[in-house]
Design a protein around this ligand. Sequence first.
Ligand code: PRP
Length: 218
Amino acid sequence: MKQMLNIALPKGRLGEKVYRMFEEAGYDCPAIKEKNRKLVFENPDTGVRFFWVKPVDVAIYVERGAADIGVVGKDIIMETEPNVYELLDLQTGNCNMAVAAPQGFRDSQSRTLRVATKFSNIARAHYASMDRDIDIIHLNGSIELAPILGLSDVIVDIVETGNTLRANKLEVMEFFAPISARLISNKASFKFLHDEIEAITDALEIEVRKKAEAEAER
Ligand code: PRP
């Protein structure tokens, strides 16, 4: 019997986009489109079992082998440095890691900079590379509020359209890392399910290329 491949997908808009890439690559699973609260869906014909996982948890499932492969944002890979293989840039969910501040903010090297973020490790590494003293204020969401209320001087966060920054009168001071969705693999699964994982990676890579070519023609 064909070995099922366990795949962790990030729940939400990105996950739905990414599922469509798997579908187009020949790994469809019609049950996933049923409107219900189920989290596991499988298709024995294509040999895949998908799970919907909270985006920040995908790498945990894959690292520990509960999923063989998964899709996760580069931001989470940079922040948590999971012990997994990064197989492919899916070139979707594109955004940028940025430092942003209230419009007109002037940084002064003589003071410790207060940085609010959900990406504490990324922010720490970024400022360490510039030898800048900072005070990290770790938050779990609505980061843009912090400088408005004087809780921080700047924020380190992902910017996609820039709408959230604009709506809160903040501006980008610096973009410092491009982010996109990545296909990752558990290290043991990569060895034991090598043919299956290689086949799905190759099929997805073709989809990525097709999309890039279609965009270039537009
Ligand atoms: C993310 C991010 C920004 C926003 C950026 O927030 O933290 O707030 O999206 O997108 P934009 O540039 O297109 O406006 P998310 O929706 O994940 O919410 P949260 O951080 O408040 O939980």
